[in-house]
Every structure is written in C-alpha cells, then in structure tokens.
Design a protein around this ligand. Structure first.
Ligand code: SF4
Ligand SMILES: [Fe+2]
Ligand SMILES: [Fe+2]
Length: 341
C-alpha cells in the first residue's frame, strides 16, 4: 500500500546486476539497455508510482532509492497496460546473456570444493521443476494468449539455468547420473486460482534470486560467482514478470477482493508454515540452508520484508510485515461476505 505523492527515484549503479526487474514492472520509469539500469522519468500517475514501489521491493540488490515529493500532492490514477507479452519479452531480450559469453576460462578447480559442488548440484536439481510447471501453466492459462506466450520465454530462460550449473559441475569433474534431469522434473501441485499460482511464483522467484546472491556472498569460486549472479538476475526479473501479470488479473477481475484474498492466503502459508507448502523452491531452500555454511555463505534467511511488501503492493493493502497478513485476511473475508448495500 502506498500513498501516491510524487517521488524522485535514483539508482546506485555500482551494485546494479542488470536484472531489469525494475524496467519490467515500471517500463516508463526505468530503462535497462547497455550498462546498469537508469531512471527514465519519475512517476506521473498512481499506477506508475505503484510500479516504481514494486521495483524497489523486487530489486535483488536493493539499490533503488527515492526522495519524497511535495507533501499532500496526489497523482492521477493512470491506466494499466492492456498487452504485456511484447513489452515484458522485449525487456527480457535487452538483458539476455549468451552461454558462450560467460567467463568459463575463470574456473578455479581448487575452489570447487565438495561442499560447493553439493550446493551447485542442489540448485541444478531444483531448477528442473520448471518443466512440469510449464505444462501446468499451459493447461491453467492456455486461454490467456498474452501470458502463455510469455511462459515460452520463461521456460526457455529457465532451461538455461540447470544447463550452466551442470556445465560448471562437469568442469569440476562431476557428471550427475542419467536420471538426474527426469527425477528433478517431478510434478508439483498447482494452486487452484490463477492469482494464487502467480503469487506462488512471485515469491518463489524472489526467494531463488535471493538465494543465488547469498551464495555469491560466500565468494566461493570465480566462475560460479558470475554464473549465479546471472541466474539471480533472471529470477528477479521473472518475479517482476509474474507480478505484472498478477496485477493485471486483479485489476480486471469481476471480484478483485476474492483475488486479493487468494494472494493473501499464499503469503500467509509461506510465512506461517513455509516448510509445509508443497512448492519445489521451499523444499530446495531447506536443503540449501543445510549446505550453504560449507561454502562460507551467511545463514540463509528468506527476504520476508520484501515478500510482504510486494504482495501488499499487488493487493493494494497495508501489508509490511508478517503481523499484517492475518488482520488483512480477516478484513478481506468480511468484505467479500458483507451484504450488498
Ligand atoms: S531491479 Fe535489477 S536492473 Fe533494476 S536497479 Fe535493481 S538490480 Fe538494477
Ligand atoms: Fe531458475
Ligand atoms: Fe525464474
């Protein structure tokens, strides 16, 4: 939830990893071409202001800042985009990396320790689940041509993640068994609502982006540090893309309060019982938590504040921390069941 007073945004370019999450959720306000992201212009509508705040929450390196504008001034509402596939796909193309351009020659076998290989193996395994997710996205969203076209971009980018991790493992002398890929594709249950599904993916992509950057914090080996930075950037932009599509679904819904409640339910499960939520990223994060100390990375903590904030922005409800979720679920349920005036 934001007020829509004018704000002036800025980016600390030194720590920008060119993920383009900002340009995905606020394309009129942020631009990523060659080099780090930059501010195109400050928001002139409330819709753009919400996009800019979403960019701040999604930014994996937290380098977007703002200064408040004139107190009491309000921005006009502003429209939401009607077509998303082209702009979201074009932002993705502007930051797409080539496998051959990654610094393969920088691999240092001495630093590819058994502990680091275990972390990379776990990440490569969990990345395989996008295969079954894509099948389910196509079933559940097949009628949505805009979204289903974008899923082809998502799936293409996701298949490169285990590919580069497995290439690194091969350099380290480790070739996983022949069933590694097929076993990793194990099917996972999907949420019943489209909004719930998209929110699950906003959260899981943000958590994955955060986990990859945490691994860099351990500075384990030069090549893997560069690889996981690129993967983190992709995941952050994927979270932004799912956010953009979810925002439109809620904006166009006949009963937006019901969609908001679906979003809150997912957030509630992640905060209250994330171990029991059957999403592959959760299971993988639990395994990674046990493995990361061996590579010198700090203890893994999910980016809870940013997760609460992004779903607060999506639902346009005042959610900043875990404590805000329960009361907002109750209020939302009461609104849905209130007798018509
Ligand atoms: S969201 Fe990504 S591209 Fe934008 S400023 Fe943050 S790191 Fe840079
Ligand atoms: Fe991925
Ligand atoms: Fe992703």
């Amino acid at each position: 939830m934001i007020n829509s007073a004018p704000r002036a945004y800025a980016i600390d370019a030194r720590a920008c990893i060119r993920c383009a999450a900002c340009a995905t959720v606020a394309p009129d306000n942020f631009l990523v071409k060659a080099g780090p992201a930059r501010v195109r212009r400050n928001p002139t509508t409330a819709a753009e202001a919400l996009g800019c705040e979403a960019a701040r929450a999604l930014c994996p390196t937290q380098v977007i800042t703002f200064t408040e504008g004139t107190a009491g001034a309000e921005l006009p509402a502003g429209p939401l985009p009607t077509e998303l596939y082209s702009p979201v796909m074009e932002v993705a193309e502007a930051v797409r990396w080539k496998v051959e351009d990654l610094p393969w020659a920088s691999f240092d076998p001495v630093k590819a320790t058994p502990g680091l290989r275990a972390v990379v193996r776990e990440m490569a395994y969990s990345e395989q689940t996008t295969f079954s997710a894509t099948q389910k996205f196509m079933e559940a969203f097949g009628a949505d041509t805009d979204f289903s076209q974008w899923i082809s971009v998502w799936f293409y980018e996701e298949t490169r993640h285990p590919h580069v991790l497995l290439k690194w493992l091969a350099l380290a002398g480790e070739i996983p068994g022949k069933d590694f890929v097929t076993e990793g594709r194990a099917s996972q249950p999907f949420m019943k609502s489209q909004t719930g599904t998209l929110v699950t993916n906003i959260i899981s992509e943000m958590v994955a982006a955060h986990a990859y950057l945490q691994m860099v914090g351990g500075a384990p080996e030069p090549l893997i540090t560069k690889l996981v930075e690129r993967l983190s950037a992709d995941e952050a932009r994927h979270a932004a893309s799912f956010f953009t599509f979810a925002r439109r679904i809620i904006g166009k819904a006949a009963q937006p309060d019901r969609e908001r409640l679906e979003a809150l339910k997912v957030l509630h499960f992640w905060f209250s019982a994330s171990k029991s939520v059957s999403h592959p990223v959760n299971a993988s994060m639990d395994r990674l938590k046990a493995l990361l100390p061996a590579v010198g990375a700090p203890p893994f903590v999910a980016p809870y504040d940013r997760l609460a904030k992004i779903i607060g922005l999506l639902t346009q409800l005042p959610i900043e921390t875990a404590a805000d979720i329960g009361p907002q679920m109750t209020a939302q349920t009461q609104r849905i069941h209130a007798p018509a005036p």
